[in-house]
Structures are given as structure tokens and as C-alpha cells.
Design a binder for this molecule. Structure first.
Ligand SMILES: [Fe+2]
Ligand SMILES: [Fe+2]
Length: 292
């Protein structure tokens, strides 16, 4: 029997996640300031710098994923300049959100593994675009980091029903998003997209989150950045699952569709390289983020 989700209640729930009382203070303050076109880079830096752990995480990600140079990014102010405000904003959101929700998972999803899967997908997504679309790698990384946030929302909104979807995926060996569609009438990609919209994330990030399980994301407008984002995160998620980097409740494995690789202009040798290098890179980022 189908248990179709009440979409207006879900929307209300997502609205409530945005309220200042439920979101960490630094996050809502950052959002307010970044949303304001008049805010300066130094205003934004000073807000983020008030949260030491967050500052360290952002600097470590920026340095270990994007800038392997000797001259490291050592302040949030430089990170704003290097990443751009929009990217810094969505990265701050992603990191704060996962931290904030740690307590909500209990024993249904392993937060450490979920975090590792998100980091893994983020690192691999930036590797996927490194050659062909180097300018997109920072934002695509954030897309990977946030791609499964819809699961977190669904878990908090409908814990009992969501547990059933997780069990069904495992027992029947079918992709989790299909179980969600069947049991809840919505999947975590769509739910994550609703939250991303609420957060005023870019259209590219909304596309990456919403479409990361879409079988034919490569058929969308080939000229649009949204298509690159959706395809890169889709591909990275499949690689992270295949390599068992962390876990996010979805045990089903799907081969990477040829058309997806063609769209991303990845040759078999590139994929072999990504498979070879990704573990080390993910472990490095993970270690840096944990050891603070
Ligand atoms: Fe997913
Ligand atoms: Fe995923």
C-alpha cells in the first residue's frame, strides 16, 4: 500500500528548518549577510570566523581539495577571495547542516558513514570535472557534499516510514530512491531540491541535488551548467557507492551509464585514474576534517 507523503506538510517542515531557532546561529547569520548584496567580504569573513571549528573545516577543505600549493589559504578572508561568496556560502551551509543534524540520525543511519559518503562524493565530483570544467570544481564539490540532504530531511520528517524505505531497499536490493518513490511518493533528490531552493542555492546546485539519481540527466540542455552539475554528482555518487566510500543507506550498485561518461567527456582511462586516486584523496580530506 502506498503511503503518499503530504507535500504541503513537507513544505511546512522545510520552511521550519529555515527558521532561526532550528538553524545554528552562525549559519542563519551568515545566510542573512550573504543574502544581502550590500554585504562585504570582510563582514562575511568575520561572521564565519566566530565559529572556530567551521573556519578550520572550510580552510582545510579549500587547502586540501583545491589548492595544493605551498602558499596555503590561511584565512577566511582569503577563502572568500579564492572561492567567491556564493561558493563559500553554500559550502558553509553544507558543513553546518551536516554537523547540526548529527543528533537526528540515531541508529538508523550511521552519521560518520553518511558524512564520509558525502565527502567522498564531493571529492570525486570535483575530480570528475577537473579536466574539462576546472572552473566548476569548487561548486561541484559543494553539490557532492549536499547531494543526499533530502535523506536527512525525510528521516527527520517521517522517521518510521523512512526506515521502511531503507529496509525495502536492502531486502529487495533495489535503489533507495525507487523505494522512496513507491512508499512515500517522493524521493530524496526532490526533497533535497526543495530545501536547496529554500536556501536560495544556485540553479546548478539545485539541479545537482534534485537530479543526482536521474537516469537521463545527460539528456538535459547540453550547454547548461545545470546539466554538468547533475551529471558530475550523479557519476561521483555511483563511484562512491561502487568504492564503498562511506554509506548513506543505499546499498544498490549501478554501473555508470556510457552516455553519462560521454557527456562528461570522460574516457575509460580517466575513470580508472579516478578510481585509483579517489580513495587516498577522500581519506586525506576526511582525516583533516576529523582531526581538528
Ligand atoms: Fe542519493
Ligand atoms: Fe549518495
Amino acid at each position: 500500500m502506498k503511503n503518499i507523503i503530504d507535500r504541503s506538510k513537507l513544505q511546512e517542515f522545510i520552511e521550519s528548518l529555515h527558521s532561526i531557532s532550528t538553524i545554528p546561529a552562525v549559519m542563519s547569520k551568515t545566510l542573512q549577510i550573504i543574502d544581502n548584496p550590500q554585504s562585504s567580504a570582510s563582514e562575511i569573513s568575520s561572521i564565519i570566523e566566530k565559529d572556530y571549528a567551521l573556519t578550520m573545516k572550510i580552510l582545510k577543505i579549500v587547502n586540501s581539495v583545491f589548492y595544493g600549493y605551498e602558499e596555503k589559504v590561511t584565512s577566511i578572508h582569503t577563502a572568500v577571495v579564492a572561492l567567491g561568496l556564493k561558493t563559500l556560502r553554500s559550502m558553509t551551509l553544507g558543513l553546518s547542516f551536516v554537523d547540526y543534524l548529527k543528533q537526528g540520525f540515531e541508529n538508523i543511519l550511521d552519521i560518520e558513514k553518511f558524512w564520509e559518503h558525502s565527502i567522498g562524493t564531493a571529492v570525486i565530483a570535483s575530480m570528475v570535472v577537473e579536466q574539462r570544467y576546472p572552473k566548476l570544481r569548487e561548486d561541484v564539490f559543494v553539490g557532492g557534499l549536499l547531494h543526499d540532504i533530502g535523506k536527512v530531511v525525510l528521516l527527520q520528517f517521517l522517521v518510521r516510514e523512512y526506515k521502511k524505505a531503507l529496509e525495502k531497499s536492502k531486502d529487495d536490493d533495489i535503489p533507495l530512491y525507487l523505494c522512496e518513490q513507491e512508499l512515500l511518493g517522493i524521493d530524496h533528490g526532490e526533497v533535497g531540491g526543495l530545501l536547496a531552493r529554500k536556501w536560495h542555492l544556485s540553479d546548478e546546485l539545485i539541479s545537482a541535488i534534485t537530479m543526482h539519481h536521474s537516469k537521463d540527466c545527460f539528456r538535459m540542455n547540453p550547454e547548461a551548467k545545470e546539466t554538468v552539475f547533475a551529471c558530475a554528482v550523479n557519476c561521483a555518487n555511483l563511484i562512491a557507492l561502487e568504492k564503498e566510500i562511506g554509506a548513506s543507506g543505499d546499498a544498490y550498485r549501478t554501473p555508470i551509464p556510457e552516455e553519462l561518461l560521454e557527456f562528461l567527456k570522460l574516457k575509460p582511462a580517466d575513470i580508472v585514474e579516478i578510481f585509483k586516486k579517489s580513495n587516498k584523496r577522500v581519506q586525506k580530506v576526511k582525516k583533516e576534517l576529523v582531526l581538528e
